[in-house]
Design a protein around this ligand. Structure first.
Ligand SMILES: Nc1ncnc2c1ncn2[C@@H]1O[C@H](COP(=O)(O)OP(=O)(O)OP(=O)(O)O)[C@@H](O)[C@H]1O
Ligand SMILES: [Mg+2]
Length: 314
């Protein structure tokens, strides 16, 4: 598939995750064997997406994109018009809600669909765009866009570009980005990411920006059950198992911890740090008791998740 399809100019897709649960599987639309063979690459991609908990709307968006791209191919067969689609995106959400992870997945998806020629992923932040003297910023930003050509340029904490106001070089970076986005030589997708409140403020300060990003994805905090699913999956991936008591302990712990640290709770990252710390504690426990049998090696107990020091460092 070589031709991205057309999306009405400036049409904005606002995706709110968790808003409603829709079936995102292929079961409702790719039923026959022939269909499954035609859409084999998409089906394989969807399988990979299943490893992520929640993110229903991201999964739905990917499916929608695929359908558009495929229709474009069919339209071309009928001699109908096809044209490029604006695919720049804004990701808004709290720490650890999966923004970077999804941006990587999207880079791979658009590469597999031949929308992006290279599909590589470049993660940048303010310091990678903003220079130290007049003219330096524009050059740095242009160089970065050049490197991102054919792939995804992901700018984390994008709101920090507006930090210093009018006189700050961050503004020059924004202007250069906007110009670069309109330059058709750059075959790339730009994703600006950051925490919801800061991003809303940033976009309100730059009225020219929102319409240049037709896709906005909100990443809400995960529910306790979703965080439990995540840690269970993380354990399985690493060939560990959570003991039933460990599950009960973690569930209560998450509820309490996020209640106490609501504004800084780091969702998926917290779960990853939690399991990694528990794995280290389990190792110390097994050394102490010299139990090296298979069952001991794979089992994480409730005690492994009880840390003597504060959890604030997780
Ligand atoms: N839906 C999910 N399913 C499984 N794991 C997830 C999910 N969301 C996040 N994670 C895990 O949580 C960790 C943090 O995710 P990620 O770095 O993508 O978050 P982020 O939104 O970019 O955070 P930050 O804003 O702090 O940069 C990763 O290890 C990732 O694998
Ligand atoms: Mg990130």
């Amino acid at each position: 598939m070589n031709h991205p399809t057309n999306l009405k100019k400036n049409a904005r897709i606002n995706v709110v995750l968790n808003q409603q649960t829709q079936s995102t599987g292929t079961e409702d639309w790719l039923q026959s064997e022939a269909e499954r063979q035609t859409h084999d690459s998409f089906i394989r991609f969807e399988e990979q997406l299943k490893q992520y908990v929640g993110l229903e709307e991201v999964k739905r968006l990917v499916k929608e994109m695929y359908a558009w791209l495929y229709m474009n191919e069919r339209r071309e067969l009928q001699g109908l018009k096809t044209s490029k689609q604006v695919l720049h995106m804004i990701f808004k959400g709290n720490p650890g809600t999966g923004k970077t992870t999804v941006a990587r997945v999207i880079a791979r998806f658009f590469h597999d669909m031949h929308v992006l020629s290279k599909g590589h992923f470049i993660e940048a932040e303010r310091a990678d765009l903003v220079g130290e003297y007049i003219g330096h910023t524009a050059q740095k930003t242009r160089d970065l866009m050049k490197r991102a050509s054919g792939g995804v340029l992901f700018i984390d904490e994008a709101y920090s570009l507006a930090r210093g106001g009018e006189k700050d070089f961050g503004k020059e970076a924004i202007d250069t980005l906007v110009k670069g986005m309109e330059d058709h030589l750059h075959d790339f997708i730009l994703i600006l990411a950051g925490y919801s409140k800061e991003m809303d403020h940033f976009l309100s300060l730059n009225p020219g920006l929102p319409s240049r990003f037709p896709i906005t994805i909100d990443f809400p905090n995960y529910s306790t059950q979703e965080l439990m699913d995540m840690i269970t999956h993380m354990a399985k991936e690493r060939e560990y198992q959570l003991h039933r008591e460990a599950e009960l302990y973690i569930r209560e712990h998450i509820k309490q911890f996020r209640h106490d640290h609501e504004s800084t709770f780091s969702n998926g990252r917290y779960m990853r740090n939690l399991i990694e710390k528990a794995i280290r504690q389990q190792a110390v426990r097994l050394m102490r008791y010299q139990s090296y049998d298979r069952q001991s090696l794979i089992t994480l107990t409730a005690d492994d998740f009880k840390f003597p020091d504060s959890h604030d460092t997780l």
